[in-house]
Design a protein around this ligand. Sequence first.
Ligand code: BGC
Length: 319
Amino acid sequence: MVIYCVGIDLGGTTIKAGIVDEDYRIVKSGAVPTVTDRGAQGLVGDMKELVSSLLEETGISMEEIASVGLGVPGTANKKTGVMEYANNLNMKDEPLIPLLKRYFKKPVSFTNDANAAAWGEYLAGCGKGYASMVMVTLGTGIGGGMILDGKLYEGCNFAAGEFGHFVIQYDGEICNCGRRGCFETYASATGLRRMALKAMKEEEGRRSLLWSLCGQDEDKVDGQKIFEAARRGDLTAESVVERYLYYLSVGITDIINIFQPEVLCIGGGVSRAKDQLLEPLKRLVDQQVYTRDSAVKTEIVIASLGNDAGIIGAAMLDD
Ligand code: BGC
């Protein structure tokens, strides 16, 4: 009998889940919107329905599922199974794991979403074969995961690697964690979008290609459209992307200066811009990083599992 594991990735905008086989391949995945107003019960109810529909569609039975893993956008206390804090969901102290265990009656593992993505990339993606890898996810927020000497490092309270919340701009934009100037407020997909919307309303921005790409509806502006407009030579988008890349490079340089991992892997929605993001980022980091003249340097890469990294990593957690 083939054994599968279920990976669930609770995100700021969607809950993604997948059935993963022993070769780290996703057999089937799906997503539903993240709705937080019914608390932990509501979230777990939506996860249950999503997983049930995947099992139904594939004909895989619950007996063939060995375990379930969950990644969450905040502090995942492994000991208690409680999501202690998730700033982007505006949630605190949610007992997600006890509720999931009650339904699945299987071992359920728990970690931060970026840790799950890091673990997935480490096992089956761009971190394969290395001893140290740091993952940075650029989505609704900025997440961080660290694999040091082959082990996921989570800190004494499961909150290590909160790269999104170090300050890169003194007294800068307010972050929903309560501080000002956090890396996340500038270099997440949300930060990129905020800068683009502001620029689109300025004198030159009113003529920007971005307006037609989003059908004059500013709710439709997203990272993909911003990078596309920049690629097509739109001056507003070009200058937003240039500023965005500079902020991103400042944070990434700091992370490399601290860890000097063999690989630094960039994931999350914004990483879909691939080389348009990677090449200028590498150049900017090279100018700033402490080790710019060293023989051995961190390699910066784009996540090879894309948005699946979190599902695969959550499914493959081993505790
Ligand atoms: C949270 C992290 C999370 C990241 C990505 C940040 O705002 O603090 O825990 O990993 O967003 O979801």
